[in-house]
Design a protein around this ligand. Structure first.
Ligand SMILES: [Fe+2]
Ligand SMILES: [Fe+2]
Length: 185
């Protein structure tokens, strides 16, 4: 598997973990407990800073190459690229609503409307990528295609799961593993 695909796949694993954590916070809110709002807020700050800024644009570039090589994939690729835009927009609104709620106690109904919808859409989106599209990419794209992609793609450092946890993500990194082990029990 080309390194770009390896990174995209690892991103999905990391994003799935964060969605589990955000899902857990939504459950807490349903039960009237808003103590972990900051955790969801930090997780969404990551979602809008790395997946929205690097993961989705990288996929868009790889997908565009795929459509050239396998035109029959155009409908699903158009759907996925449109979803990248929607996921970015709804994620930004959700993050803003979480931030406002941390500042002052808010009506949880809006969070419970935005959060689960965001989680469901992104999980479904990644399932289509992993199940339907990535397997085709691995077969169809040649070394020449990957070489061209490498030339055009911006290199990105993951601020949370990368080699070094960047400033502003230390708290999230600390709470993340604790929360995940709690959820899995
Ligand atoms: Fe995607
Ligand atoms: Fe993806």
């Amino acid at each position: 598997m080309h390194q770009i695909m390896q990174i995209l796949h690892e991103d999905h694993i990391n994003v799935a973990r964060l969605l589990d954590v955000i899902d857990h916070v939504m459950d807490q809110i349903r039960q009237g407990n808003v103590e972990s709002l900051q955790l969801a807020c930090n997780a969404m700050r990551y979602m809008t800073a790395y997946p929205d800024m690097y993961h989705h644009p990288t996929e868009d570039a790889v997908f565009a190459r795929l459509v050239q090589r396998a035109p029959e994939t155009r409908p699903v690729i158009e759907q996925l690229s449109a979803e990248h835009k929607v996921i970015g927009e709804t994620g930004t609104v959700f993050l803003k609503t979480l931030g406002d709620s941390v500042q002052q106690p808010a009506e949880p109904a809006r969070l419970l409307q935005l959060g689960p919808a965001y989680i469901d859409q992104l999980r479904e989106h990644m399932n289509i990528e992993e199940g339907d599209v990535f397997p085709i990419i691995k077969v169809v794209l040649s070394n020449h295609d990957w070489g061209l992609l490498e030339e055009t793609l911006a290199s990105a450092v993951d601020p949370l799961f990368g080699p070094q946890i960047q400033k502003g993500y230390q708290d999230l990194a600390r709470v993340l593993s604790d929360t995940l082990s709690k959820i899995s029990k």
